[in-house]
Design a binder for this molecule. Structure first.
Ligand SMILES: [Zn+2]
Length: 184
């Protein structure tokens, strides 16, 4: 018998002398294998084995902390590609589309351009776990974690509260730079 509780399709559950396949399992040669992702339930008296299907966990859940890149900007909203889920330590290829509304920034802004530019990467919290995923950057630790110089595209470094381009020797005053900013 297998010693794993969870199996994926094709995993060996036992041999036919021990168990007969019932739910979500099949025989190939003399080997009983799992047909689905799930948990194994074996009955030694009846000599039966079955796999109980597990629903795949939701990809993004409310309050997950994610990293996302700005791919679109409109007056009051930014569209982002969510490519990494810090809470689940999962990379998303392809990414999931998310949206950040100006009311979820936690600052008084006239428009979203005051905060973000194309290609910027933010650290954000998921506030709706159903697509389209809504994001929030309220609170310390959230906000900009990566940006490039608009002139030379060099990654900007964090210097105090602001960002700095070593090439152009220029400071960029950006609102809502996260304390988790990646380049120092
Ligand atoms: Zn520059």
């Amino acid at each position: 018998m297998v010693d794993r509780e969870f199996v994926v399709p094709g995993d060996e559950l036992g041999v036919l002398e021990e168990y007969l396949p019932t739910l979500n399992s099949y025989v190939h040669g003399w080997v009983v294998r799992a047909k689905v992702v799930g948990s194994v339930h074996a009955d030694a008296f009846k000599h039966e084995v079955q796999v109980h299907r597990v629903k795949s966990p939701p990809v993004l859940e409310e309050n997950n902390v994610v990293q996302a890149m700005v791919v679109g900007l409109r007056d009051t909203v930014a569209f982002l590609d969510i490519f990494y889920n810090e809470s689940k330590k999962r990379l998303y290829v392809p990414p999931y589309r998310g949206a950040l509304h100006i009311s979820e920034v936690g600052l008084k802004l006239r428009n979203i351009y005051e905060l973000l530019g194309y290609g910027d990467v933010v650290r954000a919290r998921v506030i709706s776990g159903k697509p389209p995923f809504s994001l929030s950057v309220r609170g310390a630790g959230y906000g900009l974690i990566f940006a490039r110089c608009p002139k030379c595209l060099n990654p900007l470094k964090k210097r105090g509260l602001w960002l700095y381009c070593g090439n152009c020797r220029k400071i960029f005053k950006r609102k809502k730079v996260s304390k988790e900013y990646l380049v120092r």
